[in-house]
Design a protein around this ligand. Structure first.
Ligand SMILES: Cc1ncc(C[n+]2csc(CCOP(=O)(O)OP(=O)(O)O)c2C)c(N)n1
Ligand SMILES: [Mg+2]
Length: 432
């Protein structure tokens, strides 16, 4: 008998509640609530291949609600990524486990963005969706044809950084950005209605987004909403109506499952309700096999993509960009000389103006004020995505001091306007 979607999702629920219980800390409610939506996403929509987490044309999946980290750890493990292992999951939140309390991109391949500060992942996903369109404008659909999927909670949507980033996404028409909102109407200390009566869908619609809603525990309805989102040329927000801690008979729907273990008694009740009798961190063979099969879905598309790349006229340039390598003959000194030649001092605000437009290509320019505050997240995520132009490469390839070079130059120039940025640059670039 085929494993049902509910059973696939219950696997995530059980892993999340058991890992949080073992650590005696963490957030079981969100992974349990979004398990059905995430199952549909990974089973039928997300383009990924666990055998190659760096595949350039993979869809990007960003868990903006980073407190629900057990959701992504369960998904990566179940679909066949080399890490995390089941032992890593059993060691959730322990010092040597890559399964940190909140996901870190440098600990696990498959974690596209470090998240935890609410709203941050969503803003970074906007940067990734911009990077995708920028690369697509340069290399075409054959090489660049992927989407950015986000799971965000009520808290992510409240944060100021979210307002700024979604405004830009709507303005640019980033239609390959799809946000799955865990619309559970609960946050850390009670109902959302205690502090907000905002019509979130209306706000997104007002910034040029496509918005829709679904029952987040009904896979068919989730698919209907995702199909709508994929078909719409605008960025999409799907309000997934869910119960936090879904599956727990006595605690679902309560803020008490937001950030605390369910406790041994409620875990036993939940196991009974889900008809799950195996001990923690042991999975039924049929469930394991069904999840691994889902992880194989991207194998053939990746092989086809690699064939296309192998015979593509821009292969060398594409690979250079994705590796973040500098173009042959690129001189950091000349680049910096260009930056500071005119005007004499380059303010960070001014530097942001030099960012190439994501859709029009290098000749277009962004309006600097529009982007000033979420700029760090947008730039960082474009580096995380890969394939930026030489300035992203220059920032990535150098040691940490070099990343801050434009800011250091500006500070030097401000401190001593007579010397100016040029002299500071000469000093700093002596070995460039
Ligand atoms: C910027 C920021 N402020 C506060 C927190 C602390 N915090 C973590 S989760 C959370 C509540 C989030 O509520 P929601 O997104 O609805 O998550 P849910 O309770 O539904 O899992 C808060 C306040 C944080 N992580 N980041
Ligand atoms: Mg919530």
């Amino acid at each position: 008998m085929p494993v049902t979607e509910k059973r696939l999702a219950d696997t995530i629920r059980v892993l999340a509640m058991d890992a949080v219980q073992a650590a005696n800390s963490g957030h079981p409610g969100m992974p349990m609530g979004m398990a059905d939506v995430a199952t549909v996403l990974f089973k039928d929509y997300l383009k990924f291949d666990p055998a190659d987490p760096q595949w350039a044309d993979r869809d990007r999946f960003v868990l903006s609600a980073g407190h629900g980290s057990m959701l992504i750890y369960a998904l990566l493990h179940l679909t066949g990524y080399a890490e995390p292992t089941m032992q890593d999951i059993a060691n959730f939140r322990q010092v040597d486990s890559p399964c940190a309390g909140h996901p870190e991109n440098f600990l696990l391949p498959g974690v596209e963005a470090t998240t935890g500060p609410l709203g941050q992942g969503l803003a970074m996903a906007v940067g990734m969706a911009m990077a995708e369109r920028h690369l697509n404008a340069n290399f075409g659909d054959e090489l660049v044809d992927h989407r950015t999927w986000v799971i965000a909670g009520d808290g992510c949507l409240m944060e100021g950084v979210n307002h700024e980033a979604i405004g830009l996404a709507g303005h640019l028409g980033l239609g390959r950005l799809n946000v799955l909102w865990d619309d559970n109407k609960i946050t850390i200390d009670g109902a959302v209605s205690m502090s907000s009566s905002e019509d979130v869908l209306a706000r997104y619609a007002a910034t040029g987004w496509h918005v829709t809603a679904c029952d987040g525990h009904d896979p068919a309805d989730v698919r209907r909403a995702m199909d709508e989102a994929v078909a719409d040329p605008r960025p999409s927000l799907i309000a997934c109506r869910t119960h936090i801690g879904h599956g727990s008979p006595n605690m679902a729907g309560s803020h008490k499952v937001h950030g605390a273990p369910l406790g041994a008694a409620e875990i036993a009740e939940t196991r009974k309700a889900l008809d799950w009798d195996l001990p923690p961190f042991e999975l039924p063979e049929d469930v394991k096999a069904a999840w691994l099969e889902i992880g194989q879905r991207g194998k053939a598309p990746r092989a086809q993509w690699q064939d296309r790349l192998a015979s593509h006229s821009s292969k060398v340039e594409f690979e250079r960009r994705m590796k973040g390598e500098l173009p042959a003959g690129f001189s950091l000194k000349s680049y910096l000389d260009g930056l500071i030649a005119e005007p004499k001092k380059v303010a960070t605000r001014k530097a942001s103006e030099m960012e190439p437009h994501p859709v029009q290509g290098p000749e277009g320019r962004l309006q600097p004020r529009r982007l000033f505050r979420p700029l760090c997240l947008l730039w960082h995520s474009r580096i995380r995505h890969g394939g930026g132009d030489e300035r992203h490469g220059a920032a990535r390839g150098r040691d940490p001091l070099w990343r801050h070079l434009p800011h250091l130059l500006r500070l030097c120039a401000q401190r001593d306007p007579h010397v100016g940025a040029a002299a500071a640059a000469r000093h700093l670039c002596a070995d460039a």
